[in-house]
Design a protein around this ligand. Structure first.
Ligand code: UDP
Ligand code: MG
Length: 313
């Protein structure tokens, strides 16, 4: 199998026939043996029966349906597990991504050797205030924090080498940060391609403005987990020590002052409260660090290395 096209969808019954017909037209014209994996994320419309009809009609269409709506990340994760193609392309179901981009995205992986290529909706057809402006800001922060030079992290249209999708796990709402997850997993050839974006033809958007707040919380977690997930004490221990030591120095100053001058009003000055807070905070950080170490020690993936090559074994 050359290619797996993974499509997460939630209530997109009107778009599916057109989408599948178009994908198949493009891959047939390019001679790519292809499977289309439609992951129905608990739709409440007729999407699943449409998938059944399409599968009978096309032969290369496979479907997975969730019991309820788990979110786009879960749908992608499940599609990635099922994919068998050497190259995997993801696209949204709502026809905002154009299947005409498939051949080039495929070639960038199969011929040019990229690990993953992310689409860039340079000209975007979404609401300016709720989407386009927040998205620019979001992308800039993600770019600076992750040091990955992409303009559009959250574009649904992306292509991957099979080994990338088989080695990353997308959970929660981490579909916005797949390039970051891929980079943490050691895949460094991450490319970008300007892609055509189109207005939504049928149905409505499934994400509102809250996505940006959740997005930033997820970014904070992902950066933390990536850097300190396997060694939490290096984060908590460092700050715990700093807080505790500063608190200790202030405490010593207070105690010495009291000894020198019995009239010294100990509890009635800011330094006292500062010392108290810092010592407590420092100890709390240490405790958090120890608990973090216990958790990461018993995590099943604590030694989940990705081996790239072996010699003589
Ligand atoms: N989607 C999904 N599960 C969800 C929300 C969305 O599978 O809980 C799918 C949706 O059907 C579409 C894609 O994810 O195929 C992108 O969603 P949408 O078009 O609503 O996002 P937007 O283009 O507005 O950012
Ligand atoms: Mg859309």
């Amino acid at each position: 199998m050359d290619l797996s096209v993974v499509v997460p969808l939630y209530n997109e019954e009107e778009s599916l026939p057109e989408l599948c017909g178009w994908i198949n037209k493009v891959v047939d014209a390019n001679g790519l043996s292809t499977e289309i994996i439609l992951v129905d994320d608990g739709s409440t419309d007729n999407s699943w029966s449409v998938i059944g009809q399409l599968s009978a009609q096309h032969g290369n269409i496979k479907g997975i349906k969730f019991q309820r709506n788990y979110g786009k990340s879960a749908a992608l994760n499940e599609g990635f597990k099922a994919a068998t193609g050497n190259v995997v392309i993801t696209m949204d179901a709502d026809l905002q991504d154009s299947p005409d981009e498939i051949p080039e995205l495929y070639g960038m992986i199969a011929v040019d050797g990229f690990d993953m290529v992310s689409g860039w909706k340079k000209k975007r057809y979404d609401n300016t205030f709720t989407k386009n402006i927040p998205s620019k800001f979001f992308n800039r922060v993600t770019r600076q924090m992750s040091k990955i030079k992409l303009h559009d992290f959250n574009c649904g249209l992306k292509s991957y080498n099979k080994k990338v999708v088989k080695s990353i796990e997308i959970y929660g709402e981490m579909h916005r940060y797949i390039p970051v997850l891929a980079k943490w997993a050691g895949f460094r050839k991450i490319g970008e391609k300007v892609v055509e974006h189109r207005p939504r033809k049928y149905g409505v958007t499934k994400f509102g403005w809250e996505r940006f707040i959740n997005g930033f919380l997820d970014l904070a977690s992902i950066m933390f987990v990536g850097r300190f997930g396997k060694k939490p004490m290096h984060f908590f221990g460092l700050w715990g020590t700093v807080f505790f030591l500063v608190g200790l120095v202030v405490s010593i100053y207070l105690i010495v002052s009291k000894f020198i001058d019995p009239e010294f009003a100990l509890t009635n000055r800011p330094a006292f409260f500062l010392a108290l807070t810092l010592v407590l905070l420092g100890s709390q950080f240490f405790l958090a660090g120890f608990i973090g170490e216990l958790i990461s020690r018993s995590a099943t993936d604590r030694n989940n290395y990705l081996i790239e090559k072996k010699l003589g074994l």
